[in-house]
Design a binder for this molecule. Structure first.
Ligand SMILES: Cc1cc2nc3c(=O)[nH]c(=O)nc-3n(C[C@H](O)[C@H](O)[C@H](O)COP(=O)(O)O)c2cc1C
Length: 450
């Protein structure tokens, strides 16, 4: 779709690049220049497989995946992620073309990048891990960073402590390993669907992804246990996460903008590698690259909006900026009708997503996609002694450097930056659209572009 509909959003680089630092730092340079194209590195030194990166670093392209404009993305996502569609299981998939097993299993043959100079080893960042709940059999899919440790060994961190972490804990309780398939090279809608957290326990994430596509998601079986993975994937690595085994994993340049030394330190052993004959290696640019964070922003916007709209129909929009590490901060825009509504919104938003630690609620005249406008509202509408609430001792993200190093708890904060209801408040300065059009005309006549 990108190549045909948005040819300006795909960049093919033929010049040789190294897996050491070149791939992710190219994405950062492009971001600095205000560009977020999908980047294909056709010639990677020492490897025959091309590398594709930055498939999710662009709001416009993510919106196009759902067939909407960027401004409508959170609402479209919020609606579509609640339509669960049964999957279709097919017998053949392109990733069955090549199978490497036994001594041929060699992960070092993949062009796995080192993203930052601090990284402890090459890291697979686009790996979607698929596994079944050992108790219920319902499967899940989600990103988990994978550190190259040897031909068939990867370090894995399950620090988000969601389903994969819980499935592994349940398997470990039985003294068993957790069969896992790592899929590489799937559609951005898969990435978005994999980040949905609030859904019934009997629903499969693949059914949510089907809802996003508006068609049953096509899966094919792999591994000894018949785990179902996307038929369209480029590469599938079959294996298991070992029980009771912990090895050093990290450091890794994380979405927080810091080198992360925190990890659950699990170990994945690969048994088979399967791939398309012409497979491309997909890598997510790490650190604070939009490629790493934007999917989390969009999905948090949709899910927080879903929660808030249930009780507060006057909530107009939610924005989760990528510059505040994605899930850590959320802005809520509402047409306030009664005192106390922002506080309800703050509690509900913080309760929806434990990664979110700061919520700022603003009035309908504030542009929540403009950080300056939100900061203006905080500067002029907040009386700290009454408008800021703090909740200490909450479960936070392990990777948040402010979370307690033992318990990973932290203090959450809500800021009500709305005007009081039923009282006079200072009148905001505005310039009408008509007046703006008039002066744009004057400037145009004076040869000044606007
Ligand atoms: C690009 C990206 C990388 C991520 N890396 C990790 C990771 O290394 N470990 C982790 O636990 N969660 C990571 N996450 C978050 C999980 O993928 C997310 O919480 C997912 O829903 C977990 O799936 P699960 O419910 O199957 O555990 C990442 C998210 C994104 C968008």
């Amino acid at each position: 779709m990108v190549a045909t509909t948005y040819p300006e959003e795909i960049l093919r680089i033929r010049e040789p690049v190294r897996t050491h630092l070149d791939i992710t730092s190219t994405v950062f340079e492009l971001e600095k220049a205000g560009r977020d194209p999908v980047v294909v590195f056709e010639t990677v030194e020492g490897h025959s497989m091309p590398v594709v990166t930055n498939t999710t670093g662009n709001r416009r392209l993510l919106a196009a995946c759902l067939g909407v404009e960027a401004a409508d993305l959170p609402t479209a996502f919020r609606e579509r992620c609640q339509r669960y569609l049964p999957c279709e299981v097919v017998d053949t998939a392109p990733w069955q073309e090549v199978t490497l097993e036994g001594d041929d299993v060699d992960l070092t043959r993949l062009p796995i990048p080192i993203h930052f100079s601090v990284d402890g080893a090459p890291y697979i960042t686009a790996g979607q891990l698929v596994a079944r709940d050992p108790v219920t059999g319902v499967d899940t899919t989600g990103f988990h960073r994978l550190m190259l440790k040897g031909k068939n060994r990867l370090g894995v961190s399950l620090h988000s402590r969601r389903r994969m972490w819980e499935f592994h804990r349940r398997a470990e309780e039985r003294g068993e390993s957790l069969p896992v398939a790592i899929t590489l090279g799937v559609h951005p809608l898969h990435y978005m669907g994999s980040m949905v957290y609030a859904y019934p326990p009997n629903v499969r994430k693949f059914e949510i992804i089907g809802g996003l596509f508006g068609a049953p998601y096509r899966l094919a079986r792999c591994g000894n246990t018949g785990i179902e993975v996307p038929a369209g994937a480029e590469i599938v690595i079959e294996g298991e996460i070992l029980p009771g085994v912990h090895e050093p994993e990290g450091p890794f340049g994380e979405f927080t903008g810091y080198a992360s030394y925190r990890s659950t330190q699990n170990v994945f052993v690969a048994h088979r590698i399967r791939m398309r004959r012409d497979a491309m290696f997909h890598s997510v640019a790490s650190g604070m690259a939009k490629d790493h964070i934007l999917v989390s922003c969009v999905t948090r916007e949709g899910e927080i909006l879903n929660t808030l709209r249930r009780n507060l129909p006057n909530v107009l929009a939610v924005h989760v900026p990528h510059t505040t590490c994605g899930a850590f901060m959320a802005f809520v825009k509402m047409k306030k009708t009664a005192q106390g509504e922002p506080q309800q919104a703050i509690m509900a938003a913080l309760g929806t997503e434990f990664y979110t630690k700061y919520v700022i609620v603003v009035d309908e005249d504030v542009d929540i996609f403009d950080m300056n406008d939100v900061m203006w509202a905080v500067a002029t509408r907040v009386r700290a002694e009454q408008d800021i609430v703090m909740m200490p001792g909450c479960k936070g993200a392990i990777l948040d450097p402010t979370s307690d190093p033992q318990t990973f708890t932290l203090t959450k904060m809500g800021i009500d930056a709305t005007r009081p209801v039923g009282k006079d408040f200072a009148e905001r300065l505005t310039i009408s659209d008509e007046q703006r059009a008039r002066v744009r005309g004057i400037l145009a006549s004076a040869g000044v572009p606007t």
